[in-house]
Design a binder for this molecule. Structure first.
Ligand code: T3D
Length: 261
């Protein structure tokens, strides 16, 4: 049984973390499958939007703690390798995927599970979902980009308190704080995510890729560098077929038909 279910819809790829008995906690095999699925999504021009969600009642409980050998006498665990091989490649792929990724958080998102959700482009959550920086509860530091992403989403004060206290943030609070985009009824989450992804898949995919590039760069660029990058990437967007179509459709007072090129 695959640990990441892949389903194709018109222009949309849905990836479902599939270890429901452990709230979709990551082991190396699931991390590798997710990395491969994201690589395949990047390479496939028919995929124009991606949904990431979880099977069962949880989204993802972070690292599978049972996969770490902590028995007496066991050699010390090299967590550097876990982060390097499992989580960093997932976060990098999500940020660099040249197409939008919607995270549909169907339940609890803890540890790396929460921070992987925050690496996606749009996060929508079921009303009963929650987010926990649970690392502190087991003596670890936040990873999977959380120390970079979360302060940018909700500010230092809230990020710092959440990381030190390990408090659970309900979906409604997460939305109120700007941690996520939307909350909906759990029974509607899958349809809501699919409707959004289907809409995005009909939009100018190339422009989305360039927009992600700009947002990624904005965290480290100064204004001058960011203006220069906008200048260059807008030039690139201006050479796309979708720009031609978008302007023509506007002038002809009809909806545009974007091909993603
Ligand atoms: O290798 C490294 O450690 C480095 C990498 C670090 C990255 C990280 O993500 S560190 C953070 C790891 N994650 C956690 O610490 C979260 C642990 N889980 C929890 O705190 C709770 O399960 C939740 C708050 C997420 C949910 O609580 P609740 O009450 O809704 O569910 P539960 O009963 O605790 O869990 C349900 C089952 O899933 C249960 O199994 P059982 O008793 O039914 O057989 C539980 O053991 C299992 N489970 C939940 N989380 C994990 C897990 N099994 C393995 N690993 C988990 N992370």
């Amino acid at each position: 049984m695959s640990l990441v279910l892949t389903e194709r819809f018109d222009g949309v790829l849905r990836l479902t973390l599939h270890r429901p008995d452990v709230l979709n906690a990551f082991n190396l095999a699931m991390a590798r499958e997710l990395q491969q699925a994201l690589d395949a999504a990047a390479a496939d021009p028919t995929v124009r939007a991606v949904i990431l969600t979880g099977a069962g009642r949880g989204f993802c409980a972070g690292q599978d703690l049972a996969s770490v050998d902590m028995s007496p006498g066991a050699p010390p665990v090299d967590l550097t390798a876990f982060i390097r091989d499992q989580y960093n490649p997932v976060v990098t792929r999500l940020r660099e995927l040249p197409k939008p990724v919607i995270c549909a958080v169907n339940g609890v998102a803890a540890g790396a599970g929460a921070n992987i959700a925050f690496a996606c482009d749009i996060v929508i959550a079921a009303a009963n979902a929650s987010f926990i920086q649970s690392f502190v509860k087991i003596g670890l530091v936040p990873d999977s980009g959380g120390t970079w992403t979360l302060p940018r989403l909700i500010g230092h004060a809230r990020a710092s308190a959440l990381m030190l206290l390990g408090d659970k943030v309900p979906a409604a609070t997460a939305k109120e704080w700007g941690m996520i985009w939307e909350v909906c009824d759990g029974a509607e989450l899958a349809d809501r995510a699919m409707a959004m992804a289907t809409m995005l898949a009909s939009q100018p995919t190339r422009a989305f890729a360039l927009t992600k590039q700009l947002l990624n760069a904005s965290s480290t660029n100064d204004l001058a560098a960011q203006l220069a990058l906008e200048e260059r990437l807008q030039g690139e967007a201006g050479r796309s077929a979708d720009f031609t179509e978008g302007v023509r459709a506007f002038l002809e007072k009809r909806p545009p038909v974007f091909t993603g090129q």
